[in-house]
Design a protein around this ligand. Structure first.
Ligand code: AMP
Length: 582
């Protein structure tokens, strides 16, 4: 039987995308749309139908859709048919509670099956699903529930008591709290989910769904400013399907593991939807990062495709384990990374550690799906994000308040922009039309990132537009400096900011976490600065170094340079709701 992790698989001989250039030229969205079913009787396009229903009624019915690994390492499997039944029950629960199209259903939970069932069930009803990180403190939870006009919150007893009870007075729109691990209803408002599920019918008729109907709400990780709620539509499922097929190279028998939490867009687009739409087995690990655990999951579950993030890769690089030697990873054929720059060092480490480069790809909450990527069938240039997904038009541009000019000259730094119109483009920042409008100039969406495109069409990340350092008249991208610092034998992690300096404008300051075995002293500092000067020249090399035990990061693993800078300058820290340790 397909999709059983016990089956020994022969890796697919050819990737789905065999020739990037040829395929890009002939690419047509409508051709790909044909691989989706659409709702019966042409009643539209619904993410949950494409992810679950069509498989539950077909040959994948009894295949494992989701394998849940609990903290104690025991596993629980859900077939496509199981998820069909369970999500239908949840959809009926919402309908019975009177939840209507477009209303927001939130989850605040760890990576447990109920979260996935709630996501799919909510999408079936055409209400909007919004997952929150379970590690958020009460204030970030409040910010998001209130900005998102939450009607329903699905959570656990412990999280409810610790983070939500004190907020209820301030959340007048929140009608129901459904407790995952409570057997009896507590009040008219605080209800037992198991009981509601038991009483609900396990068949649900998905109402007509327009591809433009809102489906998902994702608050961005707040690397800049206050969190914004990016709204995505059901039509985004085409993008989930395509990127799963051509970037993650899903084949039906695959076992796939995305390490991201659904509280971050990657954990929803690629931790729930893309693998299911493509009919593969999706591994979900309840536990947080642990190198030995992760390597043994790759081995035991015979993972074929693994999607993770630079922050995890850097942590693995710091530990002295050679996975290829210690574990049997013969099933693994593709490793992808997203979320932050993947330094050339990390790409090459993949070769050494796993026998394959780590393939970087780029996208963001607003784009809803992968936009720029390295593909199995394309030469990898370590340190580059790769090339735009077929069907997606990217460019480097100069922008002003009102205008945009596309730069055609190669290797020139500018703003990374995307031509409007790909299916998973966000359709609004909830309640903030002004901010949404500001993201566009004519036909182009402004990503807020700076990048370069080389003569071969590869894109290279430079930095967030607001992280760029101006020193002695030069523009210095923190990523470039960090990449060089990371090559130094003593450096485990690095983050670079511009520190105001009266003569040169800003000086380059680096915050460095050393690898175990190295001492933070003047000799190490001079050695690192010397190395950076040799590689970058005096303009780009850091003039100051601070050794730190860890770098402030968002819960999705992004280094918060903005926060390092605010701390350095004694300025207010701004929105720190997504800070890892908050
Ligand atoms: P978020 O919306 O929280 O997922 O953050 C999106 C931002 O993360 C992008 O705008 C980039 O600044 C950064 N990012 C994501 N992927 C990459 C990548 N592969 N290389 C460099 N930066 C990335």
């Amino acid at each position: 039987m397909l999709n059983s992790p016990a089956t020994i698989l022969t890796p697919p001989a050819t990737p789905n995308l065999t020739d990037y250039e040829v395929f890009s030229q002939s690419f047509n969205w409508l051709n790909e749309q044909k691989f989706l079913n659409g709702l019966p009787e042409k009643k539209g396009l619904n993410i949950a139908f494409e992810s679950i229903e069509r498989h539950a009624a077909g040959k994948l019915k009894d295949c494992i859709a989701l394998r849940w690994i609990q903290k104690d390492r025991s596993t629980k499997d859900f077939t496509y048919y199981d998820l069909h039944k369970l999500s239908s029950r949840f959809a009926n629960v919402l309908t019975t509670l009177g939840i209507k199209k477009g209303e927001r259903v939130f989850t605040l939970a760890g990576r447990i099956p109920e979260l996935y069932i709630a996501a799919l069930g909510t999408l079936k009803t055409t209400a909007v699903f919004c997952p929150l990180f379970s590690v958020f403190g009460p204030e970030p939870v409040f910010q998001r529930l209130s900005r998102g006009d939450a009607k329903v919150l699905v959570t656990t007893k412990a999280l409810f008591e610790k983070k939500v009870t004190q907020l209820l007075d301030r959340l007048p729109l929140l009608q129901f709290i459904l407790l995952i691990d409570e057997e009896l209803h507590v009040t008219d408002k605080v209800l037992s989910l198991p009981r509601l599920m038991e009483e609900a019918y396990d068949e649900f008729f998905i109402p007509p769904t327009n591809p433009e109907d809102p489906a998902l709400l994702h608050f961005t990780s707040g690397t800049t400013g206050m969190p914004k709620g990016a709204l995505h539509v059901h039509g985004a499922v085409l993008m989930h399907y395509i990127t799963g097929k051509y970037v993650l190279d899903f084949h039906e028998e695959d076992i796939f593991w995305c390490t991201a939490d659904p509280g971050w867009v990657t954990g929803t687009s690629y931790g729930i939807i893309a693998p299911l739409v493509n009919g593969v087995t999706n591994i979900v690990d309840e536990e947080e990062f642990d190198a030995e655990r992760w390597y043994s999951i790759l081995e035991e579950q015979k993972v074929n495709v693994w999607y993770t993030a630079p922050t995890a890769i850097r942590r693995l690089m710091r530990i002295d384990i050679q996975p290829k030697e210690k574990y049997n990873l013969e099933h693994l054929r593709l490793i992808c990374s997203v979320g932050e720059p993947l330094h050339a060092e990390a790409v090459l480490w993949g070769e050494k550690a796993f026998g394959m480069p780590v393939l970087d790809n780029w996208w963001q909450t607003e784009t809803g799906g992968i936009m720029i990527a390295n593909y199995l069938a394309m030469k990898v240039k370590p340190g580059s994000m790769g090339k735009p997904l077929p069907g997606v038009e990217a460019a480097i541009a100069e922008i002003t308040e009102t205008e945009i000019k596309i730069i055609t000259e190669p290797n020139k730094q500018g703003h990374l922009v995307l031509k409007k119109g790909w299916p998973s483009m966000f359709r609004a920042y909830l309640h903030d039309e002004e901010r949404y409008k500001k993201c566009f100039r004519g036909d182009w969406y402004l990503t807020g990132d700076l990048a370069k495109k080389d003569q071969d069409g590869y894109y290279w990340f430079v930095g967030r537009a607001d992280d760029i350092i101006k020193t002695s008249g030069h523009m210095v991208g923190p990523f470039e400096v960090e990449s060089v610092l990371m090559e130094h034998v003593a450096v485990a992690e690095a983050a670079v900011i511009g520190k105001p300096e009266p003569i040169i404008g800003e000086l380059v300051k680096a915050f460095i976490v050393l690898k175990t075995g190295f001492t933070p002293n003047e000799k190490t500092e001079l050695d690192i600065i010397g190395y950076a000067r040799k590689k970058l020249g005096p303009a780009g090399a850091p003039k100051e170094i601070a050794f730190v035990n860890e770098l402030p990061k968002t819960k999705s693993g992004k280094i918060l340079r903005r926060l390092l800078k605010a701390r350095e300058l004694g300025l207010p820290e701004g929105d720190v709701s997504t800070l890892e340790q908050s």
